[in-house]
Design a protein around this ligand. Structure first.
Ligand code: SAH
Length: 215
């Protein structure tokens, strides 16, 4: 893996593009400036890494579009030391962005092959602090709950109760909600009294949140 001047230049362009699309949080923009996103794609497709598009990775899954990662991250209002559960590890890129912001990150993947690959890869690129879990995201992680924030990076047709239960009072859950091709990006806040409030932030398209694991 090599990070060239050209790669860095392309990253700066992507950062500028995200800025013109409305991403203003400097720390999030710094994550895109500093994390070599081309490491997360197959070498043959490295040139796609800095375009603002989603891209196929292993096991029929995708690495989310940079803008989508930036938006989901912004909606989470990440603070240093936040304990965050990500559902849908995929390439591991989103998990690295959260770790870059100083969060303590736990991430779950249901596909064993992808899980093994990404776990090893995160150690190789210096993001071994991200705690990778193999399992069904519908169950969350009772072992490490409760969390300050929970982020779903797959499309859910309903919000699993177990995830709400694993959220701390005052916690935030970001989820692309909807069963069809298009999902609404929701931010659910669990108030101190345990009731929920919900805000909606436009339409996105995600791969489905599937039940059970795939060995
Ligand atoms: N966050 C990823 C994008 C992942 S795409 C990234 O930054 O690259 C969504 C991922 O969610 C896929 O890898 C898919 O296998 C996974 N997924 C779908 N349903 C799941 C479930 N029930 N539990 C855990 N992971 C799931």
């Amino acid at each position: 893996m090599q990070d060239t001047h050209r790669n860095k230049g392309l990253r700066q362009k992507l950062v500028n593009e995200l800025r013109t699309k409305g991403i203003t949080d400097e720390q999030i923009l710094n994550a895109f400036r500093d994390i070599p996103r081309h490491y997360f794609l197959d070498k043959t497709f490295a040139d796609w890494a800095y375009k603002d598009v989603a891209f196929p990775i292993d096991a029929d899954q995708t690495i989310s579009q940079p803008y989508t990662v930036a938006i989901q991250t912004a909606l989470l209002q990440v603070k240093k030391k936040d304990k965050i559960l990500e559902i849908g590890t995929g390439s591991g890129f989103q998990a690295c962005v959260l770790a870059y912001l100083g969060a303590k990150v736990y991430t779950i993947e249901r596909q064993k092959k992808l899980f093994d690959k990404t776990e090893k890869f995160l150690h190789e690129i210096g993001f071994g602090s991200v705690r990778t879990l193999y399992g069904d995201g519908y169950e969350g992680s009772p072992r490490f709950a409760p969390f300050d924030k929970i982020l779903l990076t797959a499309a859910a047709d309903q919000i699993p109760d177990k995830l709400i239960q694993q959220l701390k009072p005052g916690g935030i859950l970001v989820v692309p909600l909807g069963g069809g091709d298009v999902q609404k990006m929701l931010r659910i806040t669990k108030k101190e009294d345990g009731t929920l409030s919900s805000e909606s932030f436009g339409n996105y398209s995600f791969v489905p949140f599937l039940r059970g694991v795939q060995g």
